[in-house]
Design a protein around this ligand. Sequence first.
Ligand code: PLP
Length: 439
Amino acid sequence: MCNLKQSLEQLDPQIYDLIQDEKKRQQMSLELIASENYTSRSVMEAMGSILTNKYSEGLPGKRYYGGNQCIDKIENLCIQRCLEAFNLDPNEWGCNVQPYSGSTANFAVLTALLKPNDRLMGLDLPSGGHLTHGYQTSNTKISSTSIYFQSMPYQVDMVTNLMDYDTLEKNAKLFRPNLIICGGSAYPRDWDYSRFRQIANQHGAYLMMDMAHIAGLVSVGVLNNPFEHCDIVTTTTHKTIRGPRSGVIFFKKHLENKINFSVFPSCQGGPHNHQIAAVAVAMKQLKTPEFKEYIIQVVSNAKTLCKRLTELGHTIVTGGTDNHSLLWNLKPHGLTGSKMEKITDVCNISINKNTIASDVSAMSPSGVRLGTSSLTTRGFDNDDIIKVADILDDCFHLAMKIQSNSSSKKLVDFERKIDEYTDEILLIKNKVSHMTTGL
Ligand code: PLP
C-alpha cells in the first residue's frame, strides 16, 4: 500500500532523481530564455503546500463546496496584493486570480467579451506576438483564438521591426475589430497604449494588453502603464514577476461579472489554490525595494547584452531593447536560429530560436531571443553580462565553423557534425561552468 507519509525520494526515486538532474541543469547552465525565471523558495513552499487538496469552485464567499474559510482569505489577499502591485484603485479595477496560466487567462477574456466569430486583432506571431493573440497560418487555424474567432493580425514594420501603428489603423478600418490585443512574447520595445486606444475607439473595440513578459517591469514603472488606456490587462506570473506558473486577469470594474463568469464556470473548473497562494507571495515581493532594484538591473543587463553583441559585430533587432529581452538576427551572417540554439544547448546555455518579422519560414527562423531576467535573479551584473555576450560570440563562431564544414546547410548535417568539435565545446562549457559554479 502507498504510504502517504513517505518522502518523494523514498516513494519514487525515479522522479526524485530526475528532479535532482533538472535542478543541476538549472544551476549549471546560463539561462537566457526570456520567458523564464528562478522563483523564490517561499513561492515554492506555497506551491508545494496542502492547498493542492482543496476544491473551491466559485469565488470567495460564493463557493460550491464547504470548508473554504481559509481558501477565501487566501484568494482575497491575493486579489488585494495583485491590485496593490500595480497601484490600482479597487473602485476602478478588479482582478481574477484563478486562471491556470497565461493562455487560459487570454481565452477566458475572449470568451467573456466576444461572441463566437467576432473579430480580433493581435500582433502576428512572426512579428513577436503570442499564439493566443489569434495565430493562424494561410491554411491552418493554429490557436483556439483563431478557431473560434475571426483573427486578422497586425505586424511590425519589415524594415525597422518597430510596431507599425499606421498600417494597423488602416487595416482596422477595413476589418472593424471587436477587440484589439496589444503585447507580445518577442517584442523588445515599449507599447504606445494611447495610440492603440485611439484605434480601438474608432471601432468601439475593447483594448486588451497581455503584459505576460513585461509585468514585472510595468509594476515598478520602468515601462509605460497599460492600465491608463486598456479595458483588460492579462499576465502570467512566472516570467518577470518571478512567481509560480499562473495567470491573472485585471478588468475594469464594469466588466467584472463577465470576466468572472467566463473564468468559472465557462472556461475552468476548480481553482488551483496552491498556485493562488504562491501568486500572493510573489505579489508581496513585487512591492519591495529589492524587487525594484532587481528589475532596474534586468533592464540594464539587457541593454548591456545588446551593446556588447553589437560591438562584436552582431545585429540586434531594432538596435536595442527597452525591456528584459532582445532579438539577435543571425541572417546577416548566414546562420539560422536553430543552429545557434543547437550549439548553445550542448554548451549548457539555454536560449530559443525565434522568427524575425521578415522571415518566410517559421520552421527555420533567422534569430534567437535572449532575456536577462533569470541571470539577474542569480546576481549577474553588467560585467558578468559582458562575459556572457563573449561566450555567446564564441558559440556563434563555433556554429559558423561547423556550418562551413558540414556537407550541406541542412540542420541534420549540422547536428551530425557537432560531435567532431568536442574540444571547442568543452572550452565553452568550462567558461559557462566558471560563471555558474558557486552561485
Ligand atoms: N502571453 C504571452 C505574451 C506569453 O509570452 C505567453 C507565454 O510565453 C503566454 C501568454 C502564455 O502563457 P502560458 O504559457 O502560461 O499559458
